[in-house]
Design a binder for this molecule. Structure first.
Ligand SMILES: Cc1ncc(COP(=O)(O)O)c(C=O)c1O
Length: 444
């Protein structure tokens, strides 16, 4: 058990089997004992009680959030600590961000840049975001009217949904998806339609998408490079999405937090396609690119008429974002090209270690073109579903992965897949692979 920030005791799911020998038989027994209880991990893994069990009261939550429980990332990271497992689950680097950015933050604090910032961002940061966007996409945007600085991309997502979506509006998203999308769409009262991307290449089923888009569709939400699969949307896919949006007057919300981790092809911002800027919100942040996920500096770039709604929501969500960190973000975004090249080179090396290792362990590994994630098929190890597999992996092997069923509207669709991250130092990745080689045995 541990206390959350509100003093509520969270009891994570308990493993019902005691320590098991590491054999394929034990994998099967484990499966029987653990998996039957967890048809949907997000809905079942945490039980919550007050500090005093004798005065236990049912927890309360508004209807729009009642289907969402403790996020899988919190659950898995907590379990990782509890079991001394190597955390290849949550996507935060176990190494630090660059000194020149950290120094800029320290300097800003020393210089007294510690009071509320302007609501939509420090002017110099808005300019730095616009300059980088121009360098990356060729698009010239007005930093004062078309850039909104937010508390991480997560807030950009929430401000976009809450500022531009009305209750009952239809929004299409691609499953699997980053978990905050469904929750923020639920807060906005949207009607969610899912299009599933399937292995091995997770390509967009274009005919299915065409059938799904109509003049009732308000927006399509996309994420490229894509968490959790590592898929990058191809030019053909983006062009099809663009023409459907133009034809049906649909907006696009494009989450591009992994744009600098594009390995196999060039990243394309859908806003840069003809006719798309005026209907696109491009969302991004500092966290992944600068290994500073705890800083939560993000932004939304959109034409003035869409920025209005985003800023209205942002004003009443957080109003403004940390002043000294915004100051440091200015320095970050001015990093020389060599920084981005080196980042990619480092991540490529890490990816190679993990992908090669996972193949040697016996997984079917699906190709990942971008992000710092890779998705595998766990079924050769005989566990019934992704949740059972991840439970086994943490407790019996000492490695954390993320079950992907939590990323789907229909969890069944993700039950064969789990996600590993390689945003860890090379030694950690090698140790995780060694543990898996030692203790995981294929049974099929
Ligand atoms: C696809 C995607 N979007 C947004 C975020 C959140 O970004 P931030 O930390 O800037 O809020 C994440 C973090 O994991 C992510 O994977």
């Amino acid at each position: 058990m541990y206390l959350d920030t509100h003093g509520v005791m969270l009891r994570q799911f308990s493993f019902r089997s005691s320590l098991l020998p590491f054999s394929s038989h034990s994998q099967r027994s484990f499966l029987k004992s653990a998996s039957s209880t967890h048809p949907r991990i997000g809905a079942t893994m945490a039980t919550i009680s007050t500090q005093n069990e004798s005065t236990q009261k049912p927890v309360q939550v508004a209807k729009r959030l009642e289907k969402f429980k403790t996020t899988i990332f919190t659950q898995m990271s907590t379990l990782a600590v509890k079991h001394g497992a190597i955390n290849l689950g949550q996507g935060f680097p176990n190494f630090d961000g660059p000194d020149f950015v950290k120094e800029a933050a320290i300097q800003a604090i020393r210089d007294g840049k510690n009071q509320y910032a302007r609501g939509h961002g420090l002017p110099q940061l808005n300019s730095a975001v616009a300059a980088r966007f121009r360098e990356d996409t060729g698009l010239v945007v007005d930093p004062e009217k078309e850039v909104t600085v937010t508390s991480g991309c997560t807030e950009a997502i929430a401000a976009t949904m809450l500022g531009l979506i009305n209750p009952g509006d239809e929004v299409i998203l691609f499953a699997p998806f980053y978990d905050s999308y469904e929750a923020t769409l639920s807060m906005a009262g949207a009607k969610v339609k899912g299009i599933t991307l399937r292995p091995p290449d997770f390509s967009v089923p274009l005919e299915e998408l065409k059938a799904a888009v109509s003049n009732k569709t308000r927006a399509i939400l996309l994420n490229t490079p894509h968490n959790p699969t590592g898929k990058m949307f191809t030019r053909e896919e983006l062009e099809t999405i663009a023409s459907l949006c133009i034809e049906n007057d649909v907006l696009v919300f494009s989450d591009e937090v992994y744009d600098k981790l594009a390995f196999e092809m060039d990243h394309i911002s859908i806003a840069s396609l003809p006719g798309m800027y005026e209907r696109t919100v491009t969302m991004n942040s500092l966290g992944k690119t600068f290994s500073l996920t705890g800083w939560k500096i993000g932004w939304a770039i959109a034409p003035t008429h869409l920025t209005w709604g985003i800023r209205q929501a942002h004003s009443y969500l957080t109003f403004a974002t940390s002043t000294p960190m915004q100051s440091a973000a200015i320095a970050a975004l001015k990093a020389p090209e060599s920084y981005f090249k080196e980042l990619k080179r480092d991540y490529n090396a890490k990816k190679e270690i993990l992908v090669k290792g996972l193949k040697e362990v016996g997984f079917e590994v699906f190709p990942s073109s971008g992000t710092y994630f890779v998705v595998v098929d766990h079924t050769p190890f005989g566990l019934e579903n992704d949740v059972a597999f991840c439970e086994y992996l943490i407790k019996e092997v000492g490695v954390v992965a993320i079950p992907t069923s939590v990323f789907y509207l229909n969890p069944e669709e993700g039950k064969n897949l789990v996600r590993f991250t390689f945003c860890k130092d090379e030694e950690t990745l090698r140790s995780a692979v060694e543990r898996m080689k030692l203790k995981l045995k294929r049974i099929v």
